[in-house]
Design a protein around this ligand. Structure first.
Ligand code: SAH
Length: 355
């Protein structure tokens, strides 16, 4: 057993690190140097901090660890998509995905190990929520994908979506802190408008985002604008019904003036009729918004099936006739289970997480 429990150095803010160095009788600017190695350069060990003296590095090692993630298993899809199985310091696993298109390279990152919501069309929902990710664990997923974008595509990472495992708004503080680091000059310096947080629709937290005047984009997994159908798909709708969701989004728009994206899957026999399409169009009128019609990725032989092309065309017609922008999104990375809603640690990893 070690005498002192070592602390993860990246849990310290710059100000706390400065205090630490001053207390050690060192200079304040040392903190900034170390902080840049930790965040901007993403170093995984103290020995590589070349402008820090050997004795200071040794001193840091006696107090701190760097709990960096490890990319355990990388899978490449035939369409270019890459899925990372990411091992955390406590051996739990989450997944993140690199999605290349002609114009963009997008990182799809996880915010929790498992998920507490029971959306019954989603593979992640079958893993119980184990814990929230720390800000650095979210940040590191982005860095890993940024490095892969440069290595495999010789292109920079352009966008980040919080559409991996977990519900970002139920890990609010850590997600916001990670985004703060991703957008800050000491971190990755990415523009907030390149980042999208996707939520199941936790209305209280949507209002909080608005109050906090965040500058990133918001996406809402709607899937139905009719309470009865939505509750059947997503139990969260019982406590956060469509009307309340609408009110929270109006509040968001008033405060941020940012358009919202609705994610929407059309399933055969569930929401593939005109009544549902019209309800969606009406909901879209509440505030400036657009719709992404996502292809369903089957997670078993169960009750959910992607609706026909005719139904998708009907939705597009109804929405466009009302002046609403609707895009049909093709699924990416299906052959490696990297597509929307498929992230679930299929290999031995799922068992590991079960303990
Ligand atoms: N908890 C967040 C983010 C994770 S899910 C949220 O709910 O938005 C990312 C997106 O994938 C959501 O829109 C979700 O509804 C969708 N999704 C989940 N399972 C899916 C599946 N099997 N096929 C297609 N999309 C799915």
């Amino acid at each position: 057993m070690e005498a002192i429990q070592k602390k993860d150095i990246r849990k310290l803010s710059l100000a706390q690190l400065e205090e630490f160095f001053l207390a050690q009788g060192d200079k304040k600017f040392r903190a900034k140097q170390v902080y840049e190695w930790l965040w901007n350069k993403s170093l995984k060990n103290f020995d590589e901090m070349s402008n820090i003296s050997l004795s200071t590095r040794e001193m840091l090692k006696t107090h701190f660890t760097i709990n960096h993630i490890q990319v355990d298993l990388m899978q490449h899809s035939t369409d270019g998509t890459i899925k990372n199985a990411v091992k955390l310091y406590d051996s739990m696993i989450v997944e993140s995905v690199l999605i290349p298109t002609t114009k963009r390279i997008t990182a799809c990152v996880s915010s929790q190990v498992g998920c507490s919501l029971d959306c019954n069309f989603c593979a992640t929902a079958r893993l119980k929520r184990m814990r929230n990710l720390n800000p650095d664990e979210i940040y590191d997923q982005v860095v890993a994908i940024k490095d892969e974008a440069e290595k495999y595509f010789q292109r920079p990472l352009t966008n980040i979506v919080f559409m991996g495992m977990g519900e970002p708004l139920l890990n609010y503080a850590n997600v916001l802190e990670a985004i703060d680091k991703i957008t800050s000059p000491e971190g990755l310096g990415m523009a907030p408008r390149r980042i999208t947080v996707s939520t199941v629709g936790v209305t209280k937290m949507i209002r909080k985002l608005a109050d906090d005047e965040v500058r990133f984009n918001l996406a809402v997994s709607l899937h139905s604008a009719i309470n009865e159908t939505r509750s059947r798909l997503m139990p969260i709708n019982d406590s956060n019904p469509v009307e309340e969701l609408g009110e929270s989004l109006k509040y968001w728009y008033e405060k941020t003036k940012r358009k919202v994206t609705y994610e929407y899957v059309i399933w055969e026999g569930i929401n593939d009729d005109e009544r549902h399409a019209r309800a969606l169009a009406k909901f879209c009128k509440l505030i400036p918004s657009k719709v992404n019609l996502i292809q369903y990725n089957p997670i078993d032989e169960g009750e959910f099936r992607q609706a026909s092309q005719e139904s998708v065309d009907m939705y597009v017609r109804v929405l466009e006739s009302q002046g609403i922008i609707a895009k049909v999104r093709k699924s990416r990375g299906q052959d490696i289970d990297a597509a929307c809603g498929q992230l679930a640690n299929k290999n031995e990893v799922a068992e590991l997480n079960e303990g």
